[in-house]
Design a protein around this ligand. Sequence first.
Ligand code: NAD
Length: 482
Amino acid sequence: MSAPRVWKLWIGARAVPAASGKVYAAINPADGKPSAMVAEAGEADADAAVRAAARAAVGPWARMSPRERGRVLLRLSGLVRENAHELAMLETRSAGKPLADARDEIGLAADVLEYYGGAANKFFGETVPVSASGVCFTLREPVGVCALIVPWNFPLVIATWKLGPALACGNTVVLKPSPETPLTALRLAELAAEAGLPEGVLNVLPGPGPGCGSALVEHPLVRKISFTGSTKTGTWIAKAAADGVKRVSLELGGKSPNIVFDDADLGVCVEKSVWSVFANAGQDCCARSRAIVHRKIYDRFVADFAARARKIVVGHPEKRGVQMGPLISQRQRGRVEDYVASGRAEGAELVCGGKRPAGLPAGGFYLSPAVFAGADANARIWREEIFGPVVAIVPFKDEEEAVALANDSPYGLSGSLWTRDVGRVLRVGRALQTGVLSVNSSSSVHLEAPFGGYKQSGVGRELGMKALELYTETKSVFVSGV
Ligand code: NAD
């Protein structure tokens, strides 16, 4: 068997070893074995990458027209599509997601780059009718060096949510993927160079949060931080960024409600609801992990939901037909198992799942989807983000109680509402404190629409044209007519 490839950092226009010479093993969650060796970026590398990006911010990239910048993104989008299989395999072997899901995600990443390639010359300022004699107009200008810090659950897709608008607006970036899943970001940097992105515009640093990530956040030449990850890390980043008055946008945790009224189409609702929490093995910030179901249909919903969950095919993510792969790491599975134990200890009924399935590679981090019924409002499984395949289902009696249950959370990222009553859609929809709401659907992301959270789920909106605001400064210009 050949030794795994050693992946280096990407700084300037080339792959370089870490200044410390450190290398670590990226683990394949399917079997617990190393899938690749990766250079581990540290503080010195963060400094080198930020300086490369700062030089590039005043280089050829700054002089390119928005249309030319857009064309680079369109070429990159095309290269991502051409290399989709390779990228999907890299994602599957680092993140453990079923190969078919990884392929869909690579397609979505290409779509996002295409969207922002087209948007580059369609985002502009305005003329302002001021009182003085003359003309006032606004310019949208790049912020400068942006640090883009992303998690391991949707590695390449979330990177493109940030890269697309940042590059379309003429910024230069340092992208820090999660140490578990750095490979697609590193491969993207190679493809970006092939697409004609000038030297230093995109730098990629695989490395740990403390050290590499914090050095980026604190670097004086970084002007903007875009972060996706846990609320705990996001809170630290917001505080650290305040020191340099850096621009910050945050996409954080969630504990999203799935509200089902008794007039819902139960067949469709159950099928979609199951995937709204168990897709990506529940490691999804938008996972509808709190099902809130009208008491008239509660027993049937619980029975149908559990029956469907039991049929989910858990297995090796490269095997055809597998619907749910392993969790990202041994540690993450341990955390989720603790939650399953706490759910039982706190009085909820474990209807099914929450166990290590038999017959799968012993070193892999597999867990069957867990369905709890009747969780207490103060139970940890009801209040805390688990980030694993666990759902809790509780009954409600009327609209008011459904809304109160849904909103009783520090988070407010996504949510679903199942009913055929249009008036109720509008009443309940308005009352829910959530950045994204889908009605009779479990979708969370449409790349053309703004995405982000209320409350502790984040600050700012990614995707769509809204995201371009995050990566630009507004300059107000007045030209005297006198
Ligand atoms: P995490 O906060 O542990 O890490 C996210 C990223 O931040 C990683 O790259 C990590 O290395 C880096 N990091 C950690 N400490 C840092 C520090 N001190 N300075 C700079 N960077 C640091 O989160 P995770 O476990 O990778 O991801 C899971 C979390 O992400 C969940 O809470 C999930 O809800 C959230 N998430 C949110 C969204 C969204 O769009 N709202 C999307 C995906 C994931």
